[in-house]
Ligand binder design. Structure first.
Ligand code: ACO
Length: 429
């Protein structure tokens, strides 16, 4: 008779344990009873980098990495990218359902209400060096926002929590745009809330001396699509950081800054920047085979390729490739795109990449689009952090309201040294 349990025999003691299976998982704490001696600590699992450990139960984002499926709250990413806009998708991710017209208007109005930065934030940002990396400015400024909203540490105050969620969604594009203008030595542009979320962002970035800035509708839509694609991706490095930092009941501004810092690394959201640098280094289609050889020898990585979860084409990369064509109609074709397309073709025919199931990920083409739109590479991870804000906040709120969760605290396997006595310096060899 089949049972939803797992029997484990400890061959050290010949004892058998029966532990319940739920959702194809066993509870790690059920292993603690497995001991040789009564005063043993008990068994744990060893899982560096959490490659096979579920740290939470979630209802937000579903990924089937083998089939290349990504869904937010059950809706396929392809349908959202085709039909939705960023703010509507953000509402869906946060609240679980697509909004009615009234809900959508209220959501947009609640966010619009917070679309400004305190003048002191501007001064703070002015203090950065002219060549400060935009992501360093973003991370520090977002955490500094917590000092302007001290009540945000009351994370279980529902109304306050919602207000801070609106605040963060509203303010991250401003912080990003100010960081960009700072590096460019240009005056900060205040928001125009009559524009869409992405239209206003483009204005704050690129407005020069126009009496009224009108965003290019193709670029505005392309940015919306890119924002939808980057909105959430379940328990990746930055989201897990958001949950872990947030589990200490730290305020959402500081938690989100920590998540953004995790995103910054070249193996995560910094990969789009790394892709551009790599394509620049390759320089021409003729140099691709030599670069691919270096990847295979382990000297370099093919940036924008491979994913911990996707062992198939990243569905976001497919959509981005289409968006690239639309953007290039407006901006003109970037020679790096030709290198990227050829690099993808060669890699996907190469046994090394095929065997390891290494396909282009979301970052492979995103950077080329961003560059064509006029962004410097330092802005790329920031352009990732803006839309991912909704994913981080939704996952953070889900963690706070989950009765199973408490402060995150992994275990270690201690390898020594064993206890020993302090040796005064004159006796050390
Ligand atoms: N180029 C060349 N070889 C690679 C690459 C790559 N991009 N990615 C993985 N491999 C190889 C590894 O060398 C390893 O080979 P081996 O079995 O012979 O040792 C094998 O494929 C498995 O690689 P792991 O590092 O174990 O895979 P992991 O799941 O830990 O890493 C990661 C995933 C970090 C994304 C990796 O594929 C990578 O470094 N990619 C490049 C960086 C990148 O594009 N990051 C963006 C990810 S998407 C995102 O965060 C938004």
């Amino acid at each position: 008779m089949p049972k939803d349990t797992l029997s484990i025999t400890d061959n050290r003691t010949a004892k058998t344990y029966e532990v319940p299976i739920q959702d194809d998982t066993i509870r790690a704490m059920d292993l603690r009873q497995i001991k040789v001696k009564e005063d043993d600590f008990g068994m744990m699992t060893y899982d560096p980098a959490y490659v096979n450990t579920a740290s939470c139960k979630s209802r937000i984002t579903f990924i089937d990495g083998d089939k290349g499926i990504l869904e937010y709250r059950g809706y396929p990413i392809e349908e959202l990218a085709e039909n939705s806009d960023y703010l509507e998708t953000a509402y869906l991710i946060m609240n679980g359902e697509l909004p009615s017209k009234e809900e959508s208007d209220k959501w947009a109005a609640d966010i619009r209400e917070h679309t400004f930065l305190h003048e002191n934030v501007k001064k703070l940002m002015d203090g950065f060096r002219y060549d400060a990396h935009a992501m360093g400015m973003f991370v520090s400024t977002v955490s500094a926002l917590s000092t302007f909203y001290p009540s945000s540490k009351q994370v279980y105050d529902e109304a306050g929590r919602h207000e801070n969620i609106h605040r963060l969604i509203a303010k991250v594009p401003l912080v990003a745009a100010f960081a960009y203008r700072h590096a460019a030595g240009m005056p900060y542009v205040y928001p125009d809330t009559e524009l869409s979320y992405t239209g206003n962002f483009l204005r704050m970035l690129f407005m020069r001396h126009e009496a009224k800035y009108v965003p290019n509708p193709v670029l505005e839509r392309a940015l919306d699509v890119l924002f939808i694609l980057h909105a959430d991706h379940e328990q990746n490095c930055s989201t897990s950081t958001m949950r872990l930092v947030g589990s200490s009941q730290c305020d959402p501004f500081c938690s989100l800054a920590a998540a953004a810092a995790a995103l910054y690394g070249p193996l995560h959201g910094g990969a789009n920047e790394a892709v551009l640098r790599m394509l620049g280094e390759i320089g021409s289609k003729d140099n691709i085979p030599a670069y691919v050889e270096r990847c295979k020898k382990g000297e370099v990585r093919l940036m924008g390729f491979g994913h911990r979860v996707y062992k198939n084409y990243d569905p976001r990369a497919r959509i981005i490739k289409r968006t690239a064509d639309e953007v290039f109609e407006v901006t003109g074709r970037n020679y790096l795109l030709d290198i990227a397309i050829e690099l993808e073709r060669i890699a996907l025919e190469d046994d090394y990449f095929v065997k390891r199931k290494l396909y282009p990920n979301v970052d492979f083409y995103a950077g080329i689009i961003y560059q064509a739109m006029g962004f410097p590479v330092e802005m790329f991870p920031v352009l990732f952090a803006i839309p991912r804000t909704i994913g981080w906040l939704s996952q953070w709120q889900e963690m706070l309201l989950d009765k199973d969760q408490k402060i995150g605290r992994p275990r270690q396997v201690f390898l020594g040294p064993a206890k020993r006595s302090y040796v005064p310096m004159y006796q050390r060899g």
